[in-house]
Unconditional design. Structure first.
Length: 178
């Protein structure tokens, strides 16, 4: 039997989401079977939704739950998506020196690689500050990071059932027009 993405997502239209347990299972199914672009678009819409916490808060929460390699990946994606000017303004602003001291030479360019060891030294609050600054200066960072989170869907599950239901509903709306 083939996976019925449309049928599964249809359950989330109109805000009538199944139980939190079912929602997590459904999210796993979608993450395993949907095209990465479909998942990424749904995640981006979830992060932009007024029904979920701000993107920077969600990024901070996921960073706090991530393993060191995932943390490094998140930071590398975030920094790459910022661009050199945004990164420089972050590091020169309030709290930027503390971030720069942890990241060291990696902060001199947006194509440097943050190691898991460096990433482990940053707090979720510092990552929230980075994500907030990045979004204020480059709103498309949310889309950029959604591509990363689509590849690491287990991190999204740490946001809880309500966020997952919103992501699935957004995917259902996008799928409706396809």
């Amino acid at each position: 039997m083939a996976f019925d993405l449309g049928g599964l997502l249809q359950q989330y239209l109109g805000g009538n989401a199944p139980s939190a347990t079912d929602t997590q299972a459904h999210f796993d199914e979608v993450a395993q079977n949907a095209a990465p672009s479909t998942l990424s678009k749904g995640l981006s819409a979830m992060f932009h939704s007024d029904q979920t916490p701000p993107f920077s808060q969600s990024a901070s929460q996921m960073f706090g739950q991530a393993d060191p390699n995932q943390k490094a990946g998140m930071l590398n994606q975030l920094i790459a998506g910022m661009g050199p000017a945004v990164l420089a303004s972050l590091l020169s602003g309030a709290g930027g020196a503390a971030i720069a001291s942890v990241l060291g030479k990696s902060t001199t360019t947006t194509d440097a690689t943050i190691t898991p060891e460096q990433a482990a030294q940053l707090s979720p609050e510092q990552v929230q500050q980075m994500a907030d600054h990045a979004q204020q200066n480059n709103p498309s960072i949310v889309d950029h990071m959604s591509d990363f989170y689509a590849q690491h869907s287990g991190l999204i599950k740490t946001l809880g059932g309500a966020a997952l239901a919103i992501a699935l509903a957004k995917m259902a709306n996008n799928n409706k027009g396809a």
